[in-house]
Design a protein around this ligand. Sequence first.
Ligand SMILES: CN(C)C(=N)NCCC[C@H](N)C(=O)O
Length: 288
Amino acid sequence: MPVEEFVAGWISGALGLVMGYPFDTVKVRLQTQNAYRGIVDCMVKIYRHESILGFFKGMSFPIASIAVVNSVLFGVYSNTLQVLTATSHQDRRAQLPSYTCIFLAGCTGGFVQAYALAPFDLIKVRLQNQTESRVRLGSPPPRYRGPVHCAATILREEGPRGLFRGSGALMLRDTPTLGLYFITYEGLCYQYTPTGQQPSSTTVLVAGGFAGIASWVTATPFDVVKARLQMGGVQQRAYAGMRDCIVTSFRREGLAVFFRGFTINSARAFPVNAVTFLSYESLLRMWG
Ligand SMILES: CN(C)C(=N)NCCC[C@H](N)C(=O)O
C-alpha cells in the first residue's frame, strides 16, 4: 500500500485548509444563520464584532484532523484505483483508467472520508457559528471554550451519537461529489498533457481548481442540510432527521435555501483545491 499517498494527502490538505478557512467560516454562517444579508455583510459583521480572529474560529482542530481526513481521502482513492486497475500513480499518468473506475474510486474515498470527517466537521461548524467576540471585555462567554471543551460538552449533553449529527447528509454530500472531483481532475490533466509526460504545474493548478468548483457546486445542497443538522438544537430548532430538515427549510425559505453559500463555496473551491493538488503532486514527484 503506497504510504506516501496518505502523507502527501495530509500535507496538501493542510495547506488548502488554511488558505480557504476564512471563506469557509463565512459560508457556514450564511448557511445556518439568518443574521446576514450576504457575503460582504457577513464579512464586515464578523470583522467588526469579532476582529480578524473571527474568521479563524475553530481552525486548530481541523488542522490536526486534516491529517486523518485528507490522507484517508487521497489514500483510499489511490489504493482503490490501484485495486480496480492494477496500476500505480505513475502508470496512470501514461494511460488514464476508465472514468467509471475513477468515479468509483472517488466515491469510495468520499464515503470513507465522510465518516472520518463527521465529528471533526461538527466541532468546526459549532465553533465557527459562535459569534461572541474574544477580544471585547465584558462580552458574554461563548458556549464552547475550544475544540476539546466543545467535544466534551457534546458528548455530555448529546451522547456519543451527537458527535455524528449530520453524518448521513455529509456522506450524501461527499460520496458522489468526490467521484466527480477526481474525474474532473484526472480528465483535465490527461486532456492537457502530451502523452507520456507529467502534467505541468499550471495544468495541475487549473485542473485542481476546476475539480474543486465542480464538486462544491454539486455538493452545496447537502452541505446546507448537513450544516443545519449539525447546528440543530444549538442555535435553531432541532430537526427530527434529514427529511424534516429538507422539508422544513424548503417550506420556510424556499428552494434558494439549498444554494446558500453557493457563491462563496465555488470561489473558495478554486484556490483551495489548486493548492491541494499542486502540493499533492509535487510531494509524490519529490518522493519518486
Ligand atoms: C465537494 N467536496 C466535499 C470536496 N471536494 N471535498 C474534497 C475536499 C477538498 C478540500 N479540502 C476542500 O475543502 O475544498
